[in-house]
Design a binder for this molecule. Structure first.
Ligand SMILES: Nc1ncnc2c1ncn2[C@@H]1O[C@H](COP(=O)(O)OP(=O)(O)O)[C@@H](O)[C@H]1O
Ligand SMILES: [Mg+2]
Length: 208
């Protein structure tokens, strides 16, 4: 079932014209820029759009203008199929990884632990209204964010970014799947309320 959804959504995403993508990205910026959590965050994780993913470039641009520090995920070339977050500013060099996705170079001094980020914007293939996330099938974000299970209520706030058509009625979650706290689309922000998740307000953390 999940693979069928993956194939269908990835196909739909790739069908979008460049102008439809630009419009969606601009509208997504409108939705995200109104979030208090985004306004107060200093350190964020974000990604570069690939394969028709909704493009968070305008969000990254605004964040940089506002003095926030942005980080991109980097795949460790050899081990553990998890992601490392590396500081990246507009203009810094990028290099394609083994999936052909551009990423910054894995430089020790630019790497930060994922738990030190206040918001991580996460790409996805499909989502549901309970905050379940379907990725590309590699489990990279699940592995890298597995630590959040032991610290419910702490940042990072995990916000999925998606085209609204990527919402499905219900996704079957596996035990290792890490759910999202919210999903932003070009149309709206969907906040996921879960009894077990108490979020620490991140507005009190203007640390550089
Ligand atoms: N925390 C983890 N530790 C080890 N393996 C994991 C972890 N999270 C996910 N995986 C593995 O990654 C694979 C893909 O995960 P899946 O949730 O299907 O992909 P995606 O999240 O990309 O849609 C699964 O086979 C799972 O065993
Ligand atoms: Mg998963």
């Amino acid at each position: 079932m999940n693979n069928k959804i993956r194939t269908e959504m990835r196909h739909k995403r790739r069908q979008l014209s460049p102008s439809a993508q630009t419009l969606a990205a601009d509208r997504l910026l409108g939705v995200v820029s109104r979030l208090r959590e985004f306004q107060f965050a200093r350190r964020i994780g974000i990604y570069l759009a690939h394969g028709g993913e909704i493009d968070p470039a305008p969000i990254k641009h605004l964040a940089e203008i506002a003095g926030k520090i942005c980080h991109l995920p980097v795949l460790h070339p050899l081990k553990d199929n998890s992601l490392h977050f590396v500081r990246h500013q507009y203009g810094d060099t990028l290099k394609a990884n083994r999936f052909g996705i551009p990423e910054p170079e894995l430089r020790q001094h630019r790497m930060v632990p994922a738990w030190s980020l206040q918001i991580i914007f996460v790409p996805l293939v499909a989502f549901d209204s309970a905050g379940n996330r379907l990725g590309m099938g590699g489990g990279f974000y699940d592995r890298s964010l597995a630590f959040t299970r032991n610290r419910p209520g702490s940042s990072p706030l995990l916000i999925g970014l998606a085209h609204s058509f990527q919402q499905v009625d219900h996704l079957e979650a596996s035990p290792w799947d890490i759910p999202l706290h919210g999903i932003a689309t070009e149309q709206e922000f969907l906040s996921i309320k879960r009894k077990s998740i108490k979020r620490k307000s991140i507005k009190r953390a203007p640390i550089n």
